[in-house]
Design a protein around this ligand. Structure first.
Ligand SMILES: CC(C)(COP(=O)(O)OP(=O)(O)OC[C@H]1O[C@@H](n2cnc3c(N)ncnc32)[C@H](O)[C@@H]1OP(=O)(O)O)[C@@H](O)C(=O)NCCC(=O)NCCS
Length: 182
């Protein structure tokens, strides 16, 4: 069972900085595009979606009111987006399952923001009726696995050479999941 501890609002990070965690808004289009551009090439290679692509940014922002999708950002006092997380409800017979994405800007890593965002999005997924949450990530990415393990997620499977990065290299994917208290 995933723990129930997430929340939106102002959060203090371990390094003394603070950010606001709130739902993505229409007005965030430019800030989200800037966030995408700020991500290092190494991250962009491995992300499921290309955050540098204007059409992807439009797609995300156009989805702010979608019933099957919740998107949360971490915003600094000067309105910069430094973290993004989303829960997308699956179609058809997996309609009770929400798939999570999570990314934090490098300058804000290791200060607890990833954990705060992960908690918040699990809570959002529960609020919109998901009873199971999943996250897929490259098997080689330890940070994401550490965060979701702490939240009570377990590895449910591994898919061999299932992702291809933007340089054409193949990678194994780990699927982690948790059941959510309703
Ligand atoms: C995964 C990611 C979101 C973590 O964000 P973060 O803000 O650095 O995470 P936190 O500071 O909350 O770290 C929580 C815990 O994760 C683990 N962790 C974080 N970064 C780590 C790293 N580079 N190596 C090993 N463990 C790590 C630690 O156990 C850490 O706790 P600690 O700092 O008390 O030791 C960030 O590294 C990222 O955006 N990576 C690229 C995208 C990605 O892999 N997303 C995950 C799958 S969708």
């Amino acid at each position: 069972m995933a723990q129930r501890i997430g929340a939106l609002g102002n959060v203090a990070l371990k390094d003394g900085r603070s950010v606001m965690i709130r739902n993505l808004r229409d007005a965030d289009r430019e800030a989200l595009a800037t966030f995408g551009q700020s991500l290092p090439k190494n991250d962009l290679l491995y992300l499921e979606q290309d955050f540098t692509h204007p059409q992807i940014i439009d797609h995300l922002v156009d989805g702010v009111n979608a019933e099957h999708w919740r998107q949360i950002v971490a915003i600094t006092h000067d309105e910069q987006i430094v973290g993004y997380t989303a829960a997308l409800r699956m179609p058809g017979w997996s309609n009770h399952v929400a798939n999570i994405q999570l990314i934090v800007q490098p300058a804000y890593r290791r200060s607890g923001l990833g954990m705060q965002l992960a908690q918040a999005i699990v809570e959002e997924a529960r609020d919109f009726g998901a009873t199971k949450v999943t996250v897929d990530m490259l098997a080689a990415l330890n940070a994401g696995q550490a965060i979701f393990s702490r939240l009570g997620f377990a590895v449910e499977g591994q898919l061999a050479r299932h992702a291809i990065d933007r340089d054409g290299n193949l990678h194994d994917i780990v699927i982690m999941s948790a059941f959510v208290r309703v």
